[in-house]
Design a protein around this ligand. Structure first.
Ligand SMILES: NC(=O)c1ccc[n+]([C@@H]2O[C@H](COP(=O)([O-])OP(=O)(O)OC[C@H]3O[C@@H](n4cnc5c(N)ncnc54)[C@H](O)[C@@H]3O)[C@@H](O)[C@H]2O)c1
Length: 345
C-alpha cells in the first residue's frame, strides 16, 4: 500500500493506494459508523462494506443536489446519528462530493473518510477536500472545503467500471501529467493501451503519481486562491462543453484540454509538438479531441461559469508539457478558440 499525506491543510488527510475495500474497517475508529454509497456500488460491493448502517443514494449528476443532501440528513436523524459517529463515503465522485458535504454540515460536522471506487474519484474527486453539490444547474455551486481523514483506493474495484468511466479517469490523469509532470506524461505515452486495460502495475503508478501531484498542489493552496487553479486545466471549456452537449465530464475535459493547448500555442507559450503530443495521447486513450458544439451556447456557458471574474477568466495554459501557468484572459479571446473546437478555426 502506498501512503500519500496531504499536509499543511486545515486538517491532515492520508491517501492509501492499493488498499483493499475489505480492509476499510481497519481505518475506522471504534464506535458508530454510517456508510453513504450509491445503489450501483452497494449492489457490486456491499458485501465488502464494514458493519454499520448504510445509506444508498441514486446515481447520475442530476442527483448531486441539496434535495439528496436533505434526504440523507433526514435518514441520519431517523437513525439518531449524533456527532460521535464516523461517516464513510464509498463510491465515485458523486458519492464523495455529497458525503463530504453532509458530513461537514450535519450537526456542524462529523468525522469522515472515503473509499473511492472509480478511477476519477481515486485520482481526483476524493482527494483535496472540495465537497459540495450542484444548485439550479450551476455545477458545484454550494459546498465546503474540508479534508476527509483518509481516502482508500482499491484497484480491484476498478475492474467493474464501464470503459467510459475508465476513460474519464484517464482524462484527469492526463491533466495532472500535462500541468505538473513530463515524466508521468512520457509514461502514459509508452503505456496508454495497458493503462486502458487497467494493467495493475500501470494503474498503481498512474493513481499514485496523480494523487502525489494533486496532494502537492492542494498542500500549497487548499482554498484555490492561486496555484490550485492549475487543476482546472481543460475545465473552463470542459464545463461549458459538458453543460451544452451530451458528453460526460472526462470527455468534455479532454476536448477542453486540446482547446487550452491550442490557445497556449496561439499565445506563444507551448510549441506545436507539445500540442500534438497532447492530442495524440488523448486519441490513444479513446477520448474525444473535438466536440461538435453550439458556439453561442458554449460562450453563454462561459459567461455564466462561476470562475469568471468580470469579462475575464482565470485560464490555465501550458508553457510546456509538465508546466502550467494561469492567465487572466478575456472571454472575447476564448470565443475564437471555441471555433477551433468545432473544427472551423
Ligand atoms: N471534489 C472534487 O475535487 C472533484 C474533482 C473532480 C470531479 N468531481 C466530481 O465527481 C463527479 C464525478 O465522479 P465519478 O466520475 O466518479 O462519477 P460517479 O460517482 O457518478 O460514478 C460513475 C458511475 O460509476 C458507478 N460506479 C462507481 N464505482 C463503480 C465500480 N467500482 N464499478 C462499477 N461502477 C461503479 C457509479 O454508480 C456511477 O454510475 C462529478 O460530480 C464531479 O463534479 C469532484
Amino acid at each position: 500500500v502506498i501512503r500519500i499525506d496531504i499536509k499543511d491543510t486545515t486538517k491532515p488527510s492520508v491517501i492509501h493506494i492499493g488498499e483493499r475495500l475489505e480492509n476499510l474497517s481497519g481505518y475506522l475508529p471504534a464506535g458508530r459508523r454510517v456508510m453513504i454509497t450509491d445503489t450501483n456500488v452497494l449492489r457490486l460491493y456491499g458485501d465488502r462494506f464494514p458493519s454499520g448502517e448504510v445509506i444508498a443514494i441514486g446515481t447520475g449528476e442530476p442527483i448531486k443536489t441539496l434535495e439528496t443532501v436533505q434526504e440523507i440528513f433526514q435518514r441520519l436523524i431517523d437513525l439518531e446519528v449524533d456527532r460521535s459517529a464516523f461517516i464513510v463515503g464509498i463510491g465515485g465522485g458523486i458519492v464523495s462530493d455529497v458525503t463530504g458535504f453532509v458530513a461537514s454540515t450535519y450537526q456542524r460536522g462529523l468525522r469522515f473518510g472515503f473509499a473511492a471506487t472509480t478511477l476519477l474519484a481515486q485520482v481526483d474527486a476524493s482527494v483535496g477536500g472540495k465537497n459540495g453539490v450542484n444548485f439550479n444547474g450551476y455545477k458545484n455551486m454550494v459546498g465546503v472545503f474540508n479534508q476527509p481523514e483518509f481516502v482508500l483506493c482499491d484497484p480491484a474495484t476498478l475492474t467493474t467500471l464501464p470503459a467510459r468511466e475508465v476513460r474519464c479517469g484517464m482524462a484527469e490523469i492526463v491533466k495532472h501529467a500535462a500541468i505538473a509532470s513530463a515524466d508521468l506524461f512520457d509514461f502514459l505515452e509508452t503505456r496508454a493501451e495497458e493503462a486502458l486495460a487497467l494493467e495493475p502495475a500501470v494503474v498503481q503508478r498512474l493513481v499514485a503519481e496523480s494523487v502525489e501531484i494533486k496532494a502537492a498542489v492542494v498542500s500549497r493552496d487548499e482554498r484555490e486562491t492561486g496555484e490550485r487553479r492549475k487543476l482546472n486545466f481543460g475545465h473552463t471549456f470542459g464545463h461549458a462543453i459538458e453543460k451544452t452537449t451530451g458528453v460526460n465530464h472526462g470527455e468534455a475535459v479532454s476536448a477542453g484540454m486540446v482547446a487550452a493547448a491550442r490557445l497556449s500555442v496561439q499565445r506563444g507559450r507551448l510549441d506545436t509538438e507539445g500540442e500534438n503530443r497532447i492530442e495524440r495521447l488523448l486519441r490513444r486513450l479513446d477520448l474525444p479531441v473535438r466536440v461538435a458544439i453550439d458556439e453561442k451556447a458554449v460562450i453563454d456557458a462561459l459567461h455564466r461559469d462561476k470562475k469568471r471574474e468580470s469579462a475575464n477568466v482565470h485560464f490555465v495554459m501550458l508553457d510546456a508539457i509538465g508546466k502550467a501557468v494561469v492567465e487572466n484572459i478575456a472571454l472575447d479571446e476564448l470565443q475564437q478558440v471555441a471555433r477551433h473546437l468545432m473544427g472551423q478555426g
